[in-house]
Write a protein that binds this ligand. Structure first.
Ligand code: PEP
Ligand code: MN
Length: 348
């Protein structure tokens, strides 16, 4: 249930509503709307619902009470009608621009990461990506450089000015990764690791939450709700492909998730065409299709020498291909009346 305040409702009226909510045994969360405040009621609510709705609707300053039938409350669009903007340093994810994250699948060495970081910045990327802790299907595959990888990413940020996102796989590693990273990534395999979601929800870093390969949009939004309910509302969602019967691509990129999520939630949604394709030749067309579908950003794997990559080489774009793709992304965005986010670090 959400309580929608009148446009002119004052602080005292909002406060009185919050007190009433708490007295009834619920938690209140105030969504800071530009025009009007929307207060969400959190907590189990069964039989009393109808009575409560009438009670709150009659309070001073309340415009109306809406019952949210979806199981997610904080991330729902009807709890906060305007789209959220999530900031990562001087980069932002939101409805007016297309934000570009690029970089290698894994941080393999200082030289590989620094070279990639400089090249993607030149091409126009806004953020660097790279895994220091890697979730690999096989325990015999390269598992990432761990802390050394985080240190390398920090040097790359220092040299280029690009903030970076990197995956955190375990509750016990959150504090360490948070010391270095500008944004924490929850990978597809951990989308329903509820303890991990709660733990990153207690950090003050923005979170990139990737959709699980077997997860419905509803499950993804519930995972985001786990983070938000802990107090961290800076969540960017990422569609990265789901498992279907098709196997010419690594996963099937569910581009319909973009408009669906924009309808259901106020959170930004970006697309990863690399992991879904599994092959570099499909990355550019799907990236452009994602812009057409209204994505708020893209995350693309780039490697200076894909043939020697320690993970996901076949899907990595060479830097020159990435650079050409950025040009096309700008053209498509322009046609659709959206801009590619201005690269403040590059223009500085
Ligand atoms: C990644 O982005 O590094 C990654 C492992 O992707 P996913 O979790 O989507 O498989
Ligand atoms: Mn990868």
């Amino acid at each position: 249930m959400v309580i929608i305040m009148e446009t002119g409702a004052d602080e005292a009226q909002v406060k009185a509503v919050i007190e009433e909510i708490e007295q009834a045994g619920f938690r209140a969360f105030v969504n800071p709307g530009v025009e009007r405040k929307v207060i969400a009621l959190l907590g189990a609510m069964d039989v009393q619902k109808a009575q409560l709705a009438d009670h709150f609707a009659a309070l001073p300053g309340v415009e109306r009470v809406a019952r949210i039938s979806e199981p997610y409350k904080l991330v729902a669009r009807n709890a906060k009608p305007e789209a959220s903007i999530v900031k990562v340093g001087n980069v932002s994810f939101g409805p007016d621009s297309v934000t570009l994250i690029a970089g290698p699948c894994s941080v393999e060495s200082r030289a590989q990461t620094l070279e990639t970081a400089h090249l993607i910045k030149e091409a126009g990327a806004h953020m660097l990506r790279g895994g220091a802790y890697k979730p690999r299907t096989s325990p015999y595959s390269f598992q990432g450089l761990g802390k050394e990888g985080l240190e390398i990413l920090a040097v790359a940020r220092e040299e280029t000015g690009l903030p970076f996102v990197t995956e955190v796989m375990d509750v016990d590693e959150v504090a360490q990764v948070a010391e270095y990273a500008d944004m924490l990534q929850i990978g597809a395999r951990n989308m329903q690791n509820f303890r991990l979601l709660q733990r990153v929800g207690r950090t003050d870093l923005p979170i990139l939450l990737k959709r699980g390969a077997g997860a419905r949009v509803r499950d993804l939004l519930m995972a985001a709700e786990y983070i938000a309910v802990e107090g961290n509302h800076n969540v960017v969602l990422c569609e990265r492909g789901i498992t279907t019967f098709e196997d010419y691509t690594r996963y099937t990129l569910d581009l319909s998730a973009v408009p669906v999520i924009k309808h259901l939630s106020h959170l930004p949604i970006i697309v990863d065409p690399s992991h879904s394709s599994g092959e570099w030749r499909y990355v550019a067309p799907m990236a452009l299709a994602a812009v057409g579908a209204g994505t708020d950003g893209l995350m693309i794997e780039v490697h200076p020498d894909p043939a020697s990559a320690l993970s996901d080489g076949p899907q990595a774009l060479r830097p020159d291909k990435f650079s050409a793709l950025v040009g096309q992304i700008k053209q498509v965005s322009q046609i659709l009346g959206r801009s590619v986010l201005k690269n403040e670090t590059a223009d500085a």
